[in-house]
Design a protein around this ligand. Structure first.
Ligand code: UDP
Ligand code: MG
Length: 331
């Protein structure tokens, strides 16, 4: 019997968790041909999320949990889930039922019968979402797809079901600055896309503020494109050419008409403009430098404080400490 591990990242979801479990247990009953286990990842919640997870673990042995020492972000929660999932198939799903669990049997059938390595999902509509948020996210997809060779599908959710070979490939990308939507595309494999209509959250509020979304979009751009760095070089070359032309024009004008010192407003404008472009370019270089700096530190992507499989969690932390020190555990 094939085993599916479902990874569910949770940040302050004490209200959504029981609703999710109720819904998911119906699906687990329905999919008799598989063994399904739920792996909840508590991403440093400050409410009763962890104790609800512990209750679910007591109630149903198929529910497991990992709990972080602080909030490391959804990307870290997904990575931790993937590292600790041992199913033949692995799914990633939000806890707020915006990723409908009812799609899971169909996704499983596609992997079993149609030879795909992964089934991914995207929203066909964005109803219920604030207009400004939809507009900004649409613009983000336009920009990133122009800049990056890796295609990032507009409206793609993190909700997907993958075979073990794809999970292992994703795990081999152990970068600190993670952008899963790009990573899933970058690793390749045959993926089938399913569409579904947007649903309202079952309980609680979205954990993604505008600021968080903006930082996440920068993560995507710097992680999957170096085109902005070329922009700095292109602007530098363009301004050099322009300045040579201007020098030529000024020399020519002075020689012909003997123009006195005039036109300081235009000069001030040019200084501001060029200064602005220079700062913008320095900022772009700074963005890449800061990401490189964080990568070279080799900090762990997450730290586990508590888990339903305490030994497994502790072994993982030990393992990562050993490998960080460049030592072989068996030595
Ligand atoms: N989440 C998380 N860590 C975070 C932010 C979100 O684990 O720092 C989880 C959250 O609990 C939920 C999922 O990621 O299960 C999606 O978050 P949310 O529903 O707030 O995002 P939205 O659907 O509004 O984009
Ligand atoms: Mg949501």
């Amino acid at each position: 019997m094939k085993k599916i591990t479902v990874i569910i990242p949770c940040l302050n979801e004490e209200d959504a968790l029981p609703i999710y479990y109720k819904e998911m247990s119906k699906i687990m009953k329905q999919m008799k041909e598989t063994e399904i286990e739920l792996l909840f990842v508590d991403d440093g919640s400050t409410d009763r999320t962890l104790s609800v997870m512990k209750d679910l673990h007591e109630l149903d042995g198929r529910c497991h949990y990992l709990s972080f020492s602080r909030n490391f972000g959804k990307e870290a929660a997904i990575y931790a889930g993937l590292q600790n999932a041992d199913g033949d198939y692995v799914a990633i799903m939000d806890v707020d039922l915006q990723d409908p669990p009812a799609l899971l049997p169909k996704m499983y059938r596609i992997l079993e019968e149609e030879g795909y390595d992964s089934v991914a999902t995207k929203r066909s509509t964005r109803t219920g979402e604030p207009k400004i948020r939809s507009f900004l996210s649409k613009s983000f997809y336009n920009v990133i797809n122009r800049l990056s060779k890796t295609e990032i599908v507009n409206g793609a959710r993190d909700y997907r079901l993958m075979k073990r070979n794809m999970v292992d490939a994703v795990l081999s990308m152990s970068e600190y600055n993670r952008f899963s939507k790009g990573i899933f595309e970058w690793v390749g494999f045959r993926t089938k896309w399913l569409e579904f209509e947007n649903h309202e959250r079952s309980a609680g509020e979205t954990k993604w503020s505008m600021k968080k979304l903006f930082c996440y979009s920068l993560e995507g751009i710097t992680g999957f494109s170096v085109a902005p760095l070329s922009f700095a070089s292109v602007m530098g070359i363009a301004f050099c050419i322009l300045s040579f032309l201007m020098i030529g024009v000024i020399i020519f004008r002075t020689l012909i008409w003997g123009d006195p010192v005039s036109g300081w407003p235009s000069l001030a404008c040019i200084i501001f403009f060029v200064g602005g472009i220079q700062l913008l370019c320095t900022g772009i270089v700074g963005q890449y430098l800061s990401k490189t700096y964080l990568e070279t530190k080799h900090r762990p992507i997450y730290i586990i404080k508590d888990s339903s499989e305490k030994e497994k969690g502790a072994a993982h932390v030990r393992e990562s400490i050993w490998s960080k020190c460049g030592l072989d555990q068996s030595a």
